[in-house]
Write a protein that binds this ligand. Structure first.
Ligand code: ADP
Length: 223
């Protein structure tokens, strides 16, 4: 692809309706199971995320970080309380919310470009436009030259770059990242968090990100 084409594509309208990315979580309680099997994964939790901010969730394993992220993403139903993104109650997965996982969650049978293109599948864009947008997104994370490689041919850091490109290609108002650097070495972790932060600033997305290390949180998060 010619660079001029990439520049042109980056200015086209987002495929989802833009909001501000404000999140209000009030009295959120999540329980799993019933009776003797009942687990309270989250006791009443209140949290407000201001638009465009980067918030890190820190806490020991099992304290409820993934549960909180999964409820905000719409993957897990809440038991009590409310979660609103730009005033809308979260009732299920929504394209204005991007997600990034520890294990990258890429399709092994698609190339890097194919994985990013796939996120655009249901928005009625032509194949050429999907491809151009995917190449633009991969260029943003420094992976344009590796677009034809399959996940099995990419390092962990490169896979997470693909996942970041895939998450931001829908111009999400909110990006949720569950331990995105837990399986990466310390140096790569810093590169990936830097990329995540700059992508969120460039696209104006709010970020909620669980992390293991307090020093990464203090270096990369606003809060
Ligand atoms: P963290 O991400 O901080 O490690 P989790 O949100 O994964 O914590 O888990 C919080 C608590 O909820 C743990 O006690 C965990 O065992 C429990 N839990 C999480 N998911 C489920 C589930 N699907 N069914 C039953 N218990 C669960």
């Amino acid at each position: 692809m010619q660079p001029a084409e990439a520049t042109e594509i980056s200015t086209v309208e987002p495929v989802t309706k833009p909001g501000s990315g404000r999140v209000r979580i009030a009295g959120l309680t999540v329980e799993f199971g019933k009776g003797e099997d009942r687990t309270i994964a989250l006791a009443p939790t209140d949290l407000t995320l201001e638009p465009g901010t980067f918030t890190a969730l820190i806490g020991p394993s099992g304290c409820g970080k993934s549960t909180l992220l999964n409820v905000v993403a719409g993957f897990t139903p809440l038991t009590e309380g409310s979660v609103r993104v730009d005033g809308r109650a979260v009732t299920g997965p929504h394209p204005s919310v991007g997600v990034i996982f520890q294990n990258f969650a890429l399709f092994p049978w698609f190339t890097a470009r194919g994985n990013v293109e796939f996120a655009l599948k249901r928005f009625g864009l032509s194949k050429a436009e999907r491809r151009a947008r995917a190449m633009d997104a991969l260029g943003e994370v420094g992976l344009a030259e590796h677009a034809r490689k399959y996940p099995g041919q990419l390092s962990g850091g490169m896979k997470q770059r693909v996942a970041i490109a895939r998450a931001f290609i829908l111009e999400p108002d909110l990006v949720l990242a569950d331990e995105p650097v837990a399986s990466l070495d310390p140096q790569t972790s810093r590169v990936i968090l830097g990329l995540l932060r700059s992508a969120s600033q460039q696209h104006g997305a709010t970020v909620l990100c669980s992390l293991h290390q307090v020093e990464l949180a203090t270096d990369f998060a606003d809060r």
